[in-house]
Design a protein. Structure first.
Length: 393
């Protein structure tokens, strides 16, 4: 099904054909290591098509029906040509970096990027002779930073601690004019509120761990590319790294995708209410949520995104690290923990050493990041209120 509105298309993408006149709604879990062939000729033919760049499974690592249905649905979601599945969001990031960069080559990365990318740089890319330069997407002139050996521009919008919104059409146009591919980490939007490929990016990366799976029970990454040429380069690295995910996890992500729009709409309603309450709170000096008119990224967000997800950060006025920890410890409904995108609320302290790497924020107050879940907002507000009273007086 290719026509219809965007909800209809997402719900029906990758749906299985009926066999003998009947069948399930969603594709079933098809587990395998060995792929069987009717004849040597069939096997040879499929090897050949695979080598030519077609998506054809000749072995379990390549994934059969469940994986392919998820890949199809991800292409529909992101408006892409081909999708690749990885065992985590971080491995999807590494796949793109290793797929597009080689010794002596250079990448430009926005400085508010998901922090573990810097660890991949320090522990792996540097050893391979790949250089990464971190730039301020708001202040630096990207055009002046692109060198002849620049082979990738890597962006994340909004960033995942302070939600700095990047001017994606402007940045992708600069890179494209120089022939440099652009990858965007699109985890914040779940692919539903933003399609980076429509704004000029060539690759969209997601931690499907977060909103796509949506229930805090799956680790998974996805890479969606816009062209056969990039698909070929990513496919080569994907094969060489031996990246594979289980059919059960592919199924869970596919199931999660079907309810992504309704979950995100509710995350946005709840998060907006909490963000507005925090804005009025005397112990809060600043709230980071691009859907708020006061947020510096609001105009870009309104232009490029169709909604906002459940992440809200705020700076605690006059608090130190001990008070911030006491605040987070005093919360009952918000669990303390990393990750986000499940149905439940979470809180963590955004580490100051991480925030210092982000040129968009020069403050010194501790920052708390909330993932606002699907609970009743009056319960979440009561929890925040009692935590303020117990920790900061
Ligand atoms: C969580 C996250 C990742 C990494 O995903 P994992 O599945 O946890 O490895 C990458 N980018 C962003 C923005 C994330 O929030």
């Amino acid at each position: 099904m290719s026509g219809g509105g965007k909800h209809t298309r997402l719900l029906h993408a990758g749906a299985p054909l009926l066999r003998d006149g009947a069948g399930p709604v969603n594709v079933p879990v098809v587990r395998t290591s060995t792929v069987r062939f009717a004849s040597q000729r069939e096997l040879d033919e499929r090897h050949h098509r695979r080598a030519a760049g077609e998506r054809v499974a000749t072995y379990g690592r390549h994934g059969l029906d469940t994986h392919q249905a998820l890949e199809d649905a991800l292409c529909t979601l992101e408006g892409g040509h081909r999708a690749f599945l990885a065992p985590s969001g971080l491995s999807a990031i590494t796949l793109v970096l290793l797929g597009l960069l080689g010794p002596g080559e250079h990448a430009l990365v926005s400085d508010s990027v998901y922090a573990p990318l810097r660890r991949v740089d320090k522990t792996l890319l540097q050893r391979l002779g790949i250089t990464v330069r971190y730039f301020s997407p708001a202040r630096d002139d990207l055009a002046a930073l692109i060198r002849p050996d620049t082979k990738l521009v890597y962006l994340e919008s909004p960033s995942s601690l302070l939600f700095e919104v990047l001017d994606l059409p402007r940045l992708t146009a600069i890179a494209r004019a120089r022939g440099v591919p652009v990858a965007v980490d699109n985890t914040w939007s779940g692919g539903w509120f933003l399609q980076p490929l429509r704004l000029g990016a060539n690759i969209s990366i997601q931690a499907a761990t977060k909103y796509i799976a949506g229930h805090s029970d799956v680790m998974q990454g996805a890479v969606v590319v816009d062209s056969p040429a990039l698909a070929k380069r990513i496919a080569t690295a994907h094969e060489a790294l031996g990246l594979a995910i289980g059919a059960d996890d592919a199924y869970l992500a596919l199931r999660g995708l079907r309810t992504l729009p309704v979950r995100l709409a509710q995350h946005q309603r709840n998060a907006t209410e909490i963000a507005q309450w925090l804005q009025r709170h005397p112990q809060v000096s600043r709230v980071f949520y691009p859907a708020l008119p006061e947020d510096p990224g609001h105009a870009l967000w309104q232009r490029d995104f169709s909604g906002a997800s459940g992440l809200v950060s705020f700076a605690l006025r006059g608090a130190d690290a001990t008070t911030a920890a006491a605040f987070v410890d005093a919360l009952h409904l918000f669990a303390i923990g990393a990750s986000w995108g499940g149905y439940e609320s979470l809180a963590l302290i955004a580490a100051p050493e991480r925030l210092r790497e982000h040129s968009a924020w020069q403050g010194s107050a501790p920052v708390v990041r909330l993932h606002v879940g699907l609970e009743d907002t009056q319960d979440l507000l009561a929890d925040l209120d009692q935590a303020f009273h117990r920790s900061i007086s």
